[in-house]
Design a protein around this ligand. Structure first.
Ligand code: SAM
Length: 226
């Protein structure tokens, strides 16, 4: 079973103690900049995420699986630079989009990208953690999260809480694409299956796993219904 907390960062052999230590420190640093971007490097990581074609493709594909309607109320956890928020707010043109991310730098970047929709009251972006969700007056039709769940502590508990925010029949989509050089299509399949299992454990029904061939490795999206 893949280690969901560190997809693709496993099984890299040490080549000498010092180089191993240095590489692990760099990996930890880079991972932190994608898991909770801060400061200059976090800002840079956000710009990279927003511009990378494979990221954009992964986000577009996830959104296509959600069957979003013009009136939908949507929630994205871990929106990063806000590319997904921008896309869904255009599709749900009469709806409402909320985003939650625990990185101040990402909230700033995504707010810039979505400034008009925020001014128009169609998008609200909040600084916060999935582990401590805000209260909402109305339920959501769709919740999605892309390359974020592997950073969450207690992902099953978080999924249980997210389920409560959905209307009955509402859909959740959880996408992961491992990003390290050691990741393979098999890694994607393993982590996708683990996410699907976690959705079931969190009480979602009709859980299904979609896998899309992509470069550098395939992408998995597990979907479930409240
Ligand atoms: C690798 S980025 C992915 C960003 C975007 N979804 C994408 O695919 O380009 C992960 C994002 O999840 C956010 N994140 C990670 N753990 C989180 C948590 N516990 N609560 C809220 N946001 C979280 C990070 O701050 C970061 O913006």
């Amino acid at each position: 079973m893949a280690d969901l907390r560190y997809p693709g960062l496993r099984n890299q052999p040490d080549q000498g103690e010092n180089r191993g230590w240095l590489r692990k420190s760099i990996q930890r640093f880079l991972r932190a900049q994608f898991g909770r971007p801060t400061g200059f490097w976090g800002n840079t990581a956000g710009k990279i995420m927003a511009r990378t074609p494979s990221n954009q493709e992964r986000i577009r594909w996830t959104i296509s699986l959600l069957d979003i309607g013009p009136d939908d109320r949507l929630l994205e956890i871990g929106f990063g630079p806000g590319f997904g928020i921008e896309l869904v707010s255009k599709i749900a043109s009469e709806g409402f989009v909320v985003g939650i991310d625990h990185s101040e730098v990402m909230v700033r970047q995504a707010s810039k990208r979505n400034a008009k929709a925020i001014r128009d009251g169609k998008v609200v972006l909040k600084l916060g953690s999935v582990s401590n969700l805000l209260k909402f007056n109305e339920p959501f039709d769709k919740i999605f999260t892309i390359n974020s769940i592997h950073f969450w502590t207690e992902p099953i508990d978080c999924l249980k809480e997210l389920r409560k925010l959905l209307r009955p029949g509402g859909v959740i989509g959880v996408t992961l694409q491992p990003r390290s050089r050691s990741a393979t299509d098999e890694t994607t399949k393993e982590i996708g299956e683990e996410v699907a299992m976690n959705l079931e454990r969190a009480g979602f029904s009709k859980v299904r796993l979609e896998i899309r061939q992509a470069k550098p490795v395939s992408v998995a999206c597990a979907l479930g219904i409240r």
